[in-house]
Ligand binder design. Sequence first.
Ligand SMILES: [Zn+2]
Length: 413
Amino acid sequence: MESGMISVDKWSSGSQVYFLTHLHADHTVGLSSTWRRGLLYCSRDTAKLFPTKFPDFNLSLIRVVEIGCWHSLSLVSPNSGSATTVYVMAIDANHCPGSLMYLFRGEFGCMLYTGDFRWEKSSNTVEVGRTMLLNALKNEKLDILYLDNTYCNPRFSFPSREVAAREIVDIINAHPEHDIIIGIDSLGKEDLLLYISRTLNIKIWVWPERLQVMHLLGFPDIFTTKTALTRVRAVPRYSFSVETLECLNTLRPTIGIRPSGLPWSMKAVKANENVFGSSRSQTHEPNRDLRSAERSHEYIYTVPYSDHLCFAEIQEFIELLQPVKIKGIVSSLSSNIEPYYFFRHLCGTKQAFWRLHQKLDNEEKLEKVGTVDIKSTIPGTSSVAGRKRKKVQFVNRVSLLRKSGHGVRIADS
Ligand SMILES: [Zn+2]
């Protein structure tokens, strides 16, 4: 790229404006308190939380994007050098407080960058987002969909967060004499904690910085830093471990609950199963064949409460938007989670794009001469992604790739 216009979750130089989808650490790599590269657009909640993560950030650079209406930006075309207008609409990503997806329209066409998101059928937020997207795209095709492909594999079939939250409450109820610790991030899973608190009529302990976040976001006064007030504690995910649970159990009976989509990727490795799952042409119905909570250790329950969408939701989303091209925002050297592998039959210009990829596949085969190539686990299939693949345990792919694979520049040349 010689010069660009817009970057999303990417913080290097060369763009005129920058967009942040949400404040999770894997989307802010390269962003710091001393960052000065241009205006930064984000949601109102993200703007509120910004100083907690970047204390000395120049807040005059931040612009709040309201949800559901078009905003216009006057930029300079990197192609012609003349003035051009870009339109952007934000849609609630239903991932964590303040998370947004962005729909852009300009000389480069029409593009949607989802960031991390969840697309549950039962969610009102999703219903509103669906209407916004369909109205916005009424007379227009979506040229590129930058998609949250964290769980883009038929293996990843898990229930809505509503269902998973009920399972978590059931686990807590089944342990009336135990202390409970729940591993969470510095942002996200607030709705789960609210549900536990309301259902069990109990306060939730959080660490001091997390309490500050709760206050900034305006959550009700159910969170506390006083351990004597509750037996349910939400702790930083980094401190949630077998060792911690064993140590706590020397003092009091304690169980840990880990709400995450990741245990299902562990299953794929454990069973040494084919990570491609079933055929890509098959329809994957949401809420079918769903796994539920399980006791993964004497003291630990893992529950598939995920803030990322499952495979069935990805399918529904792509069917709804019918983009011309799809690119995963979690970069992958393998096709385990490559959206185009599974959904090329739903893309708008599938014939032309498919031919392009066939060409790339042929080039790939030529390149592989003299290199080590680990083949797909399904005989007869070929990958559309990954020039030089390594055999890596699938369990680590998701978490590792999420740390490095985000961000895009719009109108890259
Ligand atoms: Zn996230």
